[in-house]
Design a protein around this ligand. Structure first.
Ligand SMILES: *Cc1c(COP(=O)(O)O)cnc(C)c1O
Ligand code: SF4
Length: 454
C-alpha cells in the first residue's frame, strides 16, 4: 500500500515495464530464473506491459506465480503450445537474430486467429465507397470509435483480444483522429444513440486530446446522441489518472461538462478481480468520477486461474456496488490468441455465474452473462435445461442473443446440444435439428459480402 505521505505528494510518476526492462522490477527476484525466462519467451509473441501501480499495489508478490493480477499481466508459460514455446526458447537460447525471432513470432501469431469475429471485414461502415477507418458499427444503437491516441493501455492483459494491435500486426488499422467523420456518421444514422470510445484505452490519452474529441461532439451535438461511453481499464490499472496525474482535475472537469450538457457519460470499466477494487487509490478515483455525475458500469471475462470462482465474482460485484458501480457484463474470452489457456468451458462459466448470482442481492443482478461476443452478436448462455422427451430427458444448452447483427434475433431463446467441453459458439451444434443454427444461414451471405469488398 502507498503511504499517506506518498499520496500527499500529489504526484506519482507512471513507470512502465516491458520485455526490455522487466528485470528492473524491484520484486522480480520473487521469480526463479526459469520463470523469468518463460516471461521472455511468451512476451516475444504476446504483448507485455505492466506499470508501477500494478506491480507495487495490486500484485501480492508473496503469492506469485499464482497471484491473479500477476497472471492477468505477466505472460504465462501455458499461453503458447509446447512446440511454439520450444521454437522461441530455442531461438532465444542460440541468440538468433532479431529478424529471425520476429519472423518466428509472426508465424506463430498468424496461427492464433488474430482477427476474430469479422471485426475488420464486417463492422467497418462504408460511406460513398469509402471505408470509415476508426469506426465500427455492428449493433444499431452503438457506434465504436477508436481514437488515434488511445490505442495502447496502462498495462496489457494477458488474455486481451486486441493483442495483435499491440504487437504491431495490424498497424492500428482501426484508429482515427477524424472526429468530424464520427459526428457526421452519427448525424446521418439516426438509430445511433451511443458512441463508445475504445482502443486500447482512450484514457491513456491526455485530457487535452480527449477535450478535442469531446468539444467537437458537444459543439455539434447530434440530436440523436444520448450517451458517450468510455471503455477503459484506467480505474483498474492506473487510478492516478483520476487523482494525481497532472491533468486529472481537468479530466474530471471535462466529465462534469459533458454531464451538464445533458449527455449521459458512462465509463465501461474493466475489473477482472476484486483485488483491483481494494486500494485506497481506486476507491478515491471511483468516488471522484462518480462525483462528476458520470456512471460506471463494470465488465470482465471469466478467466481460468484468474477469476474462475463464484466467490470471486460475488465478492467483486458486491464491492463494485458498494463503491457505486453497476455490474454489467460477464464475458467468455474470445477465440483468439491464448484462448485455450484462459478459457473456461461454457457450462462451467454458467455455473460460476449462477452460483455467484444467487449469492448477491438484486442490486448486483444488473450483470448479464456469461456472454460471447462473436460474429453474429453477443450470445448469452442462459443455462442448461432438461427437456422431458417421453421416456427420457434430454439435456440442452439454452442460449439467447443480447445483441445481434440482426436485431430480430435478440431475446429469442434457442437450444444447442449439451456439450460440457465447448468453449465457444463454434463448438456448439443446434439441438432438435439437423440444420445449422437459425442465424447461420447468413454465414454464407456474410462471406459473400466480404468477397465483394475484396
Ligand atoms: C459489446 C459491443 C457493443 C456494446 O454493446 P452493449 O450491449 O450496448 O454494451 C457495441 N459494439 C460492439 C461491436 C460490441 O462488441
Ligand atoms: S486494458 Fe483492455 S484493451 Fe488493454 S490490454 Fe486489457 S483488455 Fe486489452
Amino acid at each position: 500500500m502507498r503511504t499517506n505521505e506518498e499520496m500527499n505528494n500529489r504526484f506519482i510518476a507512471y513507470r512502465s515495464y516491458s520485455l526490455n526492462n522487466f528485470a528492473c522490477i524491484p520484486q522480480i527476484n520473487a521469480l526463479t530464473a526459469e520463470q523469468q525466462f518463460d516471461i521472455k519467451v511468451i512476451g516475444t509473441v504476446f504483448p507485455f506491459k505492466v506499470n508501477n501501480y500494478v506491480v507495487n499495489e495490486l500484485i501480492n508478490w508473496g503469492n506469485v506465480p499464482d497471484d491473479p493480477i500477476f497472471r492477468l499481466t505477466f505472460p504465462q508459460k501455458g499461453m503458447l503450445a509446447e512446440q511454439d514455446y520450444a521454437e522461441i526458447a530455442g531461438a532465444l537460447n542460440r541468440n538468433a537474430s532479431k529478424e529471425e525471432i520476429k519472423e518466428i513470432a509472426n508465424r506463430i501469431r498468424l496461427r492464433l486467429n488474430p482477427h476474430p469475429a469479422g471485426q475488420m471485414e464486417l463492422n467497418v461502415p462504408e460511406v460513398n465507397g469509402v471505408r470509415l477507418r476508426g469506426i465500427q458499427h455492428k449493433y444499431p444503437q452503438t457506434v465504436l470509435f477508436f481514437p488515434g491516441q488511445g490505442q495502447t493501455c496502462h498495462a496489457y492483459c494477458t488474455f486481451c483480444f486486441r493483442w495483435p494491435q499491440f504487437v504491431g500486426m495490424d498497424d492500428m488499422k482501426f484508429a482515427t483522429r477524424d472526429v468530424e467523420m464520427l459526428t457526421n456518421y452519427i448525424q446521418n444514422n439516426k438509430e445511433v444513440t451511443d458512441v463508445l470510445f475504445t482502443g486500447g484505452d482512450p484514457l491513456i490519452m491526455s485530457t487535452a486530446n480527449l477535450h478535442a474529441y469531446m468539444d467537437h461532439l458537444l459543439l455539434t451535438k447530434p440530436e440523436n446522441l444520448q450517451t458517450i461511453r468510455l471503455g477503459t481499464k484506467a480505474l483498474g490499472y492506473w487510478p492516478y489518472r483520476f487523482i494525481l496525474d497532472k491533468d486529472a482535475d481537468d479530466l474530471l472537469r471535462l466529465f462534469e461538462r459533458i454531464v451538464k450538457s445533458g449527455i449521459n457519460l458512462s465509463i465501461m470499466a474493466h475489473f477482472t478481480h476484486p483485488a483491483e477494487l481494494e486500494t485506497r487509490a481506486v476507491k478515491e478515483a471511483i468516488s471522484r468520477v462518480r462525483n462528476t455525475g458520470t456512471q460506471i458500469r463494470t465488465q470482465s471475462p471469466v478467466l481460468r486461474n484468474i477469476n474462475d470462482d463464484p466467490g470471486v465474482w460475488a465478492d467483486m460485484w458486491r464491492k463494485q456496488v458498494n463503491l457505486n458501480c453497476i455490474p454489467y457484463y460477464m464475458f467468455i474470452p474470445r477465440d483468439t490468441g491464448a484462448q485455450g489457456y484462459f478459457a473456461v468451458p461454457l457450462v462451467q462459466a454458467w455455473n460460476i455465474f449462477r452460483k455467484a448470482y444467487r449469492q448477491v442481492s438484486g442490486i448486483c443482478r444488473t450483470v448479464r452473462g456469461p456472454s460471447m461476443s462473436c460474429t453474429w452478436g453477443k450470445i448469452q448462455l442462459l443455462g442448461v435445461s432438461e427437456i422431458p422427451m417421453g421416456t427420457f430427458t434430454k439435456k440442452v444448452m439454452t442460449l439467447r442473443f443480447l445483441q445481434a447483427r440482426n436485431p430480430d434475433w435478440v431475446a429469442r431463446p434457442f437450444f444447442a446440444e449439451y456439450d460440457e467441453k465447448a468453449i465457444w459458439i463454434d463448438d456448439l451444434r443446434p439441438a432438435f435439428t439437423d440444420e445449422g443454427f437459425f442465424f447461420e444461414e447468413t454465414k454464407a451471405k456474410l462471406s459473400f459480402e466480404n468477397q465483394l469488398r475484396k
